[in-house]
Design a binder for this molecule. Structure first.
Ligand SMILES: Cc1cc2nc3c(=O)[nH]c(=O)nc-3n(C[C@H](O)[C@H](O)[C@H](O)COP(=O)(O)O)c2cc1C
Length: 194
């Protein structure tokens, strides 16, 4: 065996979605983000297009991003559905989170590789990143809700017309105990053809 399989499996099972509301004040460091990005860069990529792009937000730029997300929420929600608490949540997230990474897909100019494959490659890169976060004891939240797929965020992130934002990844140390995960058994999701 080349690697410690039981540790790798434990790490994979231990990766957890943890929401910014549950982060404690301990900061995530830039060097940790860099290690996550380095791992992300080793995702598989059909045709070596390496379509993953990351825009890393912290400090005032993170506040600006969260303000934009709050504004998009307000402007796209009918007054009877609008919740002030949801609007305010973005400002709170900016204070609770040291880094948010906007995960983007850079579309190949020639479009030779199907878009779905580029999206899958970026998802693999995200998983790599989240596993490194887990190794540090950092929780992640891959958010695709709210205005993540909106034109306003697309423009704010300076993406090309065929590029896509695939989510915002929040990172932070949990204030409570590391949560337990839950999955149905794998055998119900597999068919073997021998
Ligand atoms: C592509 C993708 C998008 C997601 N978007 C959201 C989201 O917008 N809101 C949310 O609460 N969770 C989101 N999640 C996280 C899931 O809710 C989470 O993975 C699931 O509850 C299982 O928990 P675990 O990640 O701790 O195993 C997303 C996950 C993936 C893979």
């Amino acid at each position: 065996m080349k690697y410690n399989l039981s540790e790798i499996i434990a790490l994979i099972k231990d990766r957890r979605t943890i929401y910014p509301e549950k982060y404690k004040s301990r900061k995530v460091h830039k060097e940790q983000i860099e290690t996550m990005l380095e791992a992300a860069n080793w995702a598989p990529t059909h045709g070596m297009t390496e379509p993953w792009r990351f825009k890393v937000f912290s400090g005032n730029k993170l506040r600006e991003l969260m303000h934009l997300m709050a504004e998009i929420y307000r402007d796209t929600t009918s007054p009877d559905q609008f919740m002030e608490s949801k609007y305010q949540r973005y400002a709170e997230r900016a204070e609770k989170t040291s880094y948010v990474i906007a995960v983007c897909m850079k579309r190949q100019d020639s479009e030779r590789i199907p878009e779905i494959e580029e999206v899958m490659a970026v998802a693999c890169a995200v998983q790599n990143m989240m596993l490194i976060a887990t190794a540090y004891g950092i929780g992640t939240f891959w958010s695709t809700g709210g205005g993540v797929f909106s034109e306003r965020l697309h423009n704010y992130l300076n993406l090309g017309s065929k590029d896509k934002c695939l989510g915002l990844i929040y990172l932070g140390y949990p204030e409570d105990e590391w949560p337990k995960g839950k999955r149905g058994i794998i055998y119900n999701k597999v068919e073997w053809y021998d």
